[in-house]
Design a protein around this ligand. Sequence first.
Ligand code: HEM
Length: 472
Amino acid sequence: MRTPVKLKARGVAATLVEHVPSGGLRPLAQPPAGSGLEPVMGDPGMPVVGHTLEFLHDGLRQTRRYYERLGTVFWLNTVGGRWVQVIGPDGLETVLTNRDEAFSNKLGWDPLIGAFFDRGVMLMDFEEHRHHRRIMQQAFKHERLVGYLEKMNPAIERGIAGWQSGSGFQLYRAAKQLTLDVATEVFVGAERSAEADRLNASFIDVVVGGQAIIRADVPGGKWHRGLESRRLLERYFHSQLAAKRVSDGDDLFSVLCRAQSEDGERFSDDDVVNHMIFTLMAAHDTSTITLTMMGYYLARYPEWQDRLREESRALGKGAIGYEDLDALTSMDLVFKETLRMNAPVGTLARRAITDTELDGHYIPQGTNLMLGIYATQRMDPWWRDPDVFDPERFSDARREDASHKYAWTPFGGGVHKCIGMHFGSMEVKAILHQLLLRNRWRIPIGYEPVFDYGTGPFPGDGLPIELLPLHP
Ligand code: HEM
């Protein structure tokens, strides 16, 4: 998931953010007399754009700076409005567990991605969400995952076989194409074809539309193309529904058509289509960014690349099965550390639907909140040496993530916790395993990746690596 906009004018932004004027600290709202709560303090930043440029250029630095001044809860004007930023495991736990049902997912995400992903399960609340999640869960059970992995391994092999060795290999771009091709087969149950390529292109347009800076339906604009592509995807999925309903296929689309909760509840046609479009989006950039950033760290720390390759070789299999995942312990350490350092869904949106409190602060009804997962995972009150890549921190001997249940939350928490967590982990590891057996790769000395920021950091320069055959 990546929303809502991408920063293009890096140089201009870099200059501007050095000079973001503070509009002066102000309370968000006065707490009720006698409540004992503190007001949330913050500042509006520059006229019109507020703190948006700084947020998109380097949101982590911004958050660290405001944490020093204001603590774990503060407000800023960013990304189209006023957002209360919440960092630290305690605040994340309160909002994500949502025990008082004070926070809405739908109203939080809607202004950012609602036009493209309305009726996705992440944009539902409470009883309706429970109903849809119960049915959807059937598509992510253990035996289903085993089947998806068997289906994806040959697609991975075909995809990687086309990767040409050489310098300047754009890992992010190649990973994007590969995860799209895997999704075509495993999610949609379609063969690679001209039609599948058109579907992929439409899907990308929908995702890009959701990130458009100009959020207006102007012909020729990204938003407009995104909406048209969304309609095309809807038409495609609807046209396949009757056949999928009666098929015994084991792709996600067929499974969602047949899925029934334990109480016999099923999805309507519209539900299946909406969940397909949302799930494709939720799975795509997240897995791609994780894979790309793992590739980057393995290039930067070749001793870890060697260690993972040895581990993969020791399995003695060209492709992993579900039962092999537990044996890839070093790969799991790198997976976790990469998600700590570069959480792709590093910011979550919520809206308070009743007056409530957070870390001793008064949050009035209607407040929009951004939950800083990425920032929490990269700040030293909660992690030692947070900018240092150190996968061993997740080893049984250290378990630094166990300091708080919500210190490491790249998959979120509570009832909306990522339903595709095991799927995503399995896909990334299945790809990396095959790549480790086929290639080695490196980056030039001194290379630093260039990041853009959406809901989290992602490689803005395509992450060029030098890809080498293992046995030239
Ligand atoms: C490394 C990969 C992934 C990461 C880091 C990730 C992260 C997240 C996060 C943080 C949320 C919570 C959103 C919220 O609370 O507002 C979420 C929700 C979700 N994710 Fe993932 N995700 C990943 C892969 C996947 C995959 C592969 C799929 C599908 C196959 C998927 C499907 C979903 C769905 C359907 C939801 C909404 C669940 C609900 O609201 O009940 N994700 N993901």
